[in-house]
Design a protein. Structure first.
Length: 276
């Protein structure tokens, strides 16, 4: 075959692959709630794939901590964390009814790390460092856990995995089509992270903040505690990275947004208090 025709056919095949990758499944993982989270998401990775991976990784984390003797060491702490989590989980139906049937797990790891997370499918870990160093009230603990649960409800991990898969494939295809080489491909990857990757991560954080305060309010926890939580985080932490290179909103932006949205869901909190 003529080399020129071969090159044209190769590029046509690569472009067809690119178009197939771009046409991800459009989904709405959650209902909007009172905070109005209605952004449509595009997924190229299945929820089943992500959940299976999360379950496996969660089991490995627990096994390692159990071996070290740091898993659920303090029964009183574990009881407290699970009590707050149970109230929040009971409210997840406001955003997605199927979440109530997830196989939720809540565990506490003894560590100085100021951290907590919720894997896809409802696999939660809270580190004692965040409880003890920040001296969290139950309302503030609900803000932490509500935020992490919100990431799972919105399937942000699945969305990030989908973005990275599509972006990586498109960058590779573009490199092959236009012959930009390794240096050009690296530049394209940096451009993707700056223009799409990091801003999308900041979007995820804002969505989790807003859903988190609503979950807390519906569960009868004061949503305004999200602001005092971040005040404590600011006192405990050092200087934050420049917003341009950060996956999180700036501290000032975050606290202002949390203040506004906690006021929006305050009636839900007042109603929940009356029924408890």
């Amino acid at each position: 075959m003529n080399p020129g025709i071969t090159a044209i056919l190769k590029r046509a095949a690569l472009l067809a692959t690119a178009l197939a990758l771009v046409s991800c499944q459009a989904v709405q993982t959650t209902q909007g709630g009172a905070v109005g989270i209605d952004r449509e998401q595009r997924m190229a990775v299945s929820a089943q794939q992500i959940d299976q991976t999360a379950t496996k990784e969660y089991g490995q984390v627990l096994a390692a901590e159990r071996q070290k003797g740091t898993l659920n060491r303090d029964p009183a702490q574990l009881k407290r964390v699970r009590a707050v989590a149970d109230r929040l989980i009971a409210q997840t139906g406001a955003f997605r009814p199927d979440a109530r049937q997830w196989k939720w797990e809540i565990n506490v790891i003894t560590s100085s790390e100021v951290n907590a997370w919720c894997m896809p499918g409802g696999k939660i870990v809270v580190y004692t460092g965040i409880l003890e160093k920040l001296k969290l009230s139950d309302d503030e603990l609900a803000a932490v856990m509500g935020h992490e649960i919100a990431h799972a409800l919105r399937e942000h991990a699945r969305e990030r995995a989908s973005e990275q898969m599509v972006a990586g494939s498109l960058i590779s295809i573009g490199s092959a089509i236009f012959g930009i080489g390794d240096l050009g491909q690296q530049g394209a990857q940096y451009a993707y992270m700056g223009l799409v990757g990091l801003p999308n991560s900041r979007t995820h954080e804002t969505e989790a903040d807003r859903i988190g305060v609503e979950l807390a309010a519906r569960a009868g926890y004061d949503p305004r505690a999200a602001v005092t939580l971040w005040q404590k985080m600011g006192q405990a932490g050092g200087s934050e990275p420049m917003k341009f290179l950060s996956t999180h909103p700036s501290r000032e932006e975050r606290m202002a947004d949390l203040g506004a949205y906690s006021q929006r869901v305050l009636p839900l909190y007042e109603q929940a208090r009356k029924t408890r």
